[in-house]
Design a protein around this ligand. Sequence first.
Ligand SMILES: Cc1ncc(COP(=O)(O)O)c(C=O)c1O
Length: 453
Amino acid sequence: MSDSVKFLLDEEHLPTHWYNINADLPEPMAPVLHPGTKEPVTPDDLAPIFPRAVIEQEMSTEREVEIPQPVRDVYRQWRPAPMFRARRLEQALQTPARIYYKYEGVSPAGSHKPNTAIAQAFYNKAEGVKRITTETGAGQWGSSLALAGTFFGLEIVVFMVRVSFDGKPYRRAYMETLGAQCIASPSDQTESGRAILAGHPDSTGSLGIAISEAVEMAVQRDDTRYALGSVLNHVLLHQTVTGLESLEQLAMADDYPDLVIGCTGGGSNFAGLAFPFLREKWQRGLDTEFIAVEPSACPTLTKGAFAYDYGDTAHLTPLVKMYTLGSGFVPPGFHAGGLRYHGMAPQISHLAKQGHLAPRSYNQLECFAAGIQFAKAEGILPAPEANHAVKATIHEAGKCRESGESKAILFNLCGHGHFDMQAYIDYNAGKLEDLVYDDAEVAMALAGLPSGC
Ligand SMILES: Cc1ncc(COP(=O)(O)O)c(C=O)c1O
């Protein structure tokens, strides 16, 4: 086994294809339904929202999907991303576990999100789109699309969830500096936003509301499309570049993970890392375990219902079968803004339902404590979302210390926290608390699940 600390691939090793798990799913997934007819959607139904190439990928069952050369050319700015062996953390934890992390914080925007932002901007540009609208929670996705907009010469409009808009002025400044327009959501610019503000003038917003605003604005103009930063099949597909690189890097380390861990908001970074390893597991009969970690304050996989639901609050999106807390649910304003989503990617939901991955949840204080422990050992300050994966990793490494087992653990350090310093300031000052979701609100939101599908 290698005694290196970092495992670097040169540009020639950049994957040429993404991996599409739809080709290998042991059981087929439930179809996506039209919100009006409740019949399976057709590519034409989605055409006002997404470019054709993206719609094809959404429905594709082709195992390998080629990464277009212009997308690879941009990826090369920071990819292949490094994988590290967390030797100093292992030492600090006195664990026999071997801990590896794929580090996506080296992208210009600071997370895994550009892996799909660049691809989506490319496909939109190729089809003559001039403007893309989107939502952002933590600001990482909006920043990534703003970045992709500068690379491909596209106008970008970002609806930023109010709680993050107020709490993260530097993320907003980053997007605006790159030329994007950033609007606090709910806003008075759309009918969906105005409807929310009428009932809740102080709404902290949610990803579900911001998605409604962005979709509503996109369908109003022919030269505009919408881009989603997670949840859908094509987004998860684009993220598989991380897992494919990690497979090669672990081969360099002469090792293989027993556990693969990622945080889950909409599911894309977890999927990106895990799906290529799931394929290996199915092909080679391995017993790798997969842990999807979410916040206890927005426990979609661990406490949600597996049902057809809307992806947004105003019910403009198609219906997908997923774990959901109800599209009307507004999670409390905890600091991992990217994990405040009522639903979960249909592919992740399907795999969880079939028992292919183990979901778990943690509170924000224990996640921040874990992130700081990681930063003190490894020197990288994780994004609050990534702290959830760090927490699960430290927990599993602790179990190895107790049992004496030397398991190999791989997790995705999906972003750095350099724009999240207010959260760390609040944590250090003892001002952060664990937020609990409102059971009654979830029950109400779930009571509103669509019927007849
Ligand atoms: C750093 C980071 N990690 C994770 C997420 C959650 O999204 P996903 O589950 O799609 O990876 C976000 C979302 O904004 C994020 O910014």
